[in-house]
Design a binder for this molecule. Structure first.
Ligand code: UDX
Length: 473
């Protein structure tokens, strides 16, 4: 029916939704070639092997190319990664890759389409045209994150930003008509300065040339901004999220050999699900800060002390590289003290965790995938953003959808004991928390219904599939 080359931006939060898209496309009959960097490919294969998972789906072929960074680089500096990819994933490289794949394939299996992450799609429409294949860009997070970058130049000419993207006002500003007022720190490019601001503007110019831009987002969550961007782009912005495979979630995590290859760079510690089985309904605080956050020893220790003091069960993801590549240092005696009510893993099967009935709330860095997964599983959030779009995401969680509360840090980025205690009490005890839970359940239903037959995401997705097929004829 068709063979699609998928090109994610090589970080976990982008590879995950792209893999879920791959599963979806396979169930619609497509053959997928999934392009990772060598570095990530190796980690994915290693993590799956440790979980005894083998790629039993011959419809998804994993291939990889170098990312151009030295082996010792930790790949958590996004501007540096961007720069390296400019050469390693340049249009001529992708063109050659498509030619090489096609040289090996029978006529009926030649590449017919390419979908590239919004951050790896530069110049690829021209490659697709040259190869006479369909092309779409994929935005792994919500439309608001794209729109504010897209309109960056206009915001400069309106006098709201300096030419390098820095905000002029140290107060909440209504940057776009369709978006809520944002605090200056919410602007998603600030962590990378002018380079990332410019990159966002280039991304905006790029997507104007593209026929389809697919968003891992839900129209109903941000309708005004989808409409505004869509109008600007001539109707090509398609929210098709949440890209979550509900069938996969119902399978048994321990029957791993039977399942699909997972996109995780770390090995899922599935034993935590058994631990969750033993906890009371809606009692556990799930704590995770995604794949890129890097913490100091003090930040880790203070959060450990706060979790210790709170006297509630918790499941905490402490990545093996959380402290800039080295093992996290926990306070002395901590593990013994929390043995009866705490579970610490280095990587959780997060979707399964969030859908577990014992989860009460999610202490999150507000990465887009984490927040969308949380809403789709009906779990309220405590928000402690780390960088990039996560401050913007928090504003939506707290001020717009009202499905979570802020969990601020002190000036050193530390979540102090009293802050966690106060936020947890507000969320889990009393009226405020009840209302938040009601709202998140309502949004959960919206997110689940939109991908069902007849829902908007469902229709957007099949409009795209039909469009691709037509282009084939
Ligand atoms: C990054 C940025 O931080 C985020 O803001 C951006 O929108 C996407 O890229 P990351 O920090 O990793 O992503 O956060 P997030 O978007 O939440 O993605 C993390 C993914 O890893 C989620 O799909 C989550 O389910 C998964 N995960 C996380 C696990 O499977 N296990 C874990 O223990 C932690």
């Amino acid at each position: 029916m068709g063979h699609i080359l998928l090109i994610p931006f090589p970080v976990q939060g982008h590879v995950n939704p792209m893999m879920h898209l791959a599963w979806k496309l396979v169930s619609d009959g497509f053959l997928i070639t999934f392009l990772n960097t060598d570095f990530n490919h190796h980690r994915i294969i290693q993590a799956n092997t440790k979980n005894s998972i083998h790629n039993n789906c011959d419809r998804i072929r994993l291939i990889s190319i170098p990312d151009g960074l030295p082996p010792e680089d930790k790949r958590n500096n996004l501007p540096k990664l961007f720069q390296a990819l400019q050469n390693s994933m340049a249009p001529p490289v992708i063109h050659k890759l498509i030619q090489d794949i096609n040289d090996r394939e029978e006529d009926h299996n030649k590449i017919t389409a390419m979908i590239a992450d919004i951050w790896t799609c530069f110049g690829l429409q021209a490659v697709a045209d040259l190869c006479q294949i369909s092309f779409a860009a994929f935005h792994p997070s919500f439309v608001s994150n794209c729109a504010i970058r897209y309109f960056g130049r206009r915001l400069v000419s309106l006098g709201l930003l300096y030419p390098d993207g820095a905000p002029k006002e140290d107060k909440k500003v209504k940057y776009l008509e369709s978006m809520p007022p944002l605090h200056c720190g919410d602007l998603p490019w600030l962590y990378g300065g002018e380079y990332i601001f410019e990159k966002g503007i280039r991304m905006g110019e790029e997507i104007k040339q593209i026929k389809w831009v697919l968003f891992n987002s839900v129209y109903e969550l941000e309708a005004p901004v989808v409409d505004e961007l869509s109008k600007e782009l001539g109707g090509i912005a398609y929210p098709i999220g949440p890209l979550i495979d509900f069938e996969f979630l119902q399978s048994d995590a321990r029957q791993t050999a039977e399942t699909k290859i997972l996109p995780s760079f770390w090995t899922d510690e599935v034993d935590c699900l058994e631990w969750l089985d033993k906890q009371r309904l809606q009692s556990v605080i799930y704590v995770s800060f995604g794949s890129l956050a890097v913490w100091s020893e003090r930040q880790v220790k203070e959060l450990a002390l706060a979790l210790d003091a709170i006297q509630r069960p918790f499941l905490w993801v402490v990545r093996s590289d959380l402290m800039d590549g080295s093992e996290a240092v926990l306070p002395q005696g901590f593990l013994e003290r929390i043995r009866d009510r705490g579970c610490i893993v280095s990587w959780a099967p997060q979707l399964r965790v969030l859908s577990h009935p014992s989860i009460a709330c999610f202490v999150t860095h507000c990465g887009w995938n984490s927040l969308q997964e949380s809403i789709t599983m009906g779990v309220p959030m405590l928000c402690s953003p780390y960088f990039a779009d996560q401050f913007l995401n928090r504003t939506y969680i707290v001020d717009v959808w009202k499905v979570g509360l802020p969990l601020d840090t002190n000036r050193d980025g530390i979540i102090e004991n009293w802050r966690l205690t106060e936020a947890v009490e507000r969320l889990l005890v009393g009226e405020e928390g009840v209302d938040i839970r009601k709202r998140v359940i309502k949004l959960m239903e919206i997110c689940r219904n939109t991908v069902k037959e007849g829902g908007l995401a469902y229709r957007n997705y099949y409009r795209f599939i039909e469009g691709m097929k037509k282009q084939l004829i």
